[in-house]
Design a protein around this ligand. Structure first.
Ligand code: URA
Length: 193
């Protein structure tokens, strides 16, 4: 199975009712052969229109923070969401929707085998690292060996980060996100190949 095969399966998915309310499931974007994977929550309105994750206001903010750190989407990272279809009115994804969709994320993880996973917000963070709060965990790294009670064939490091949407109206949070993401080059360098 290649990434292209998996993308085709994701685009054809109708496992949950979210599919009927969006234009298309969005598998992800960026360099699948890179060492860094970002995982957000779910596509929003602009993402649904363009068919690409993180292209709206919070996506542009994230992209610009990462560019300031020398990280380019097409070269240095892949980005996806825990839920691939846009929830109506941009509401939070439900536990049932996460359960229906997250198998695709696990397949993406096993195909890509990133060294570092950056979770954006609590949904992706708590899927990979359950029972921990964001406020206490942001900026910290967690080595994981499995996901949702299933072992992984590799052991990536998870960096917990706030979702960039929280920074849109709060410059303090923008500073915190920038500070946390600034750790990436050092984390990448320290993680064994
Ligand atoms: N927020 C997300 O979590 N994902 C997107 O793709 C866009 C905004």
């Amino acid at each position: 199975m290649t990434n292209a095969d998996l993308d085709t399966r994701i685009r054809a998915c109708d496992r949950c009712p979210l599919r009927s309310g969006c234009r298309s499931p969005i598998p992800g974007d960026g360099h699948f052969g890179s060492r860094i994977l970002f995982i957000g929550e779910a596509p929003g309105k602009n993402e649904d229109i363009e068919g690409v994750p993180f292209v709206g206001r919070s996506g542009k903010l994230l992209t610009s923070i990462l560019q300031d750190l020398g990280l380019e989407r097409e070269r240095d990272y892949y980005i996806t969401n825990i839920v691939k279809c846009r929830p109506p009115d941009n509401r939070d994804p439900s536990p049932a929707e996460i359960a229906a969709c997250s198998g695709y994320l696990v397949e993406q993880l096993e195909l890509m085998r990133p060294d570092v996973i950056v979770t954006l917000g609590r949904f992706s963070f708590n899927f990979l690292v359950p029972n921990r709060g964001m406020t206490q965990s942001r900026g910290q790294c967690f080595r994981i060996h499995g996901v949702a009670d299933r072992p992984l064939s590799f052991a990536p490091v998870v960096l917990a980060c706030y979702h960039p949407a929280v920074a849109l109206y709060d410059p303090k949070k923008r500073g915190i996100i920038t500070e946390d993401l600034s750790k990436l080059p050092e984390i990448i360098a320290s993680v064994q190949l």
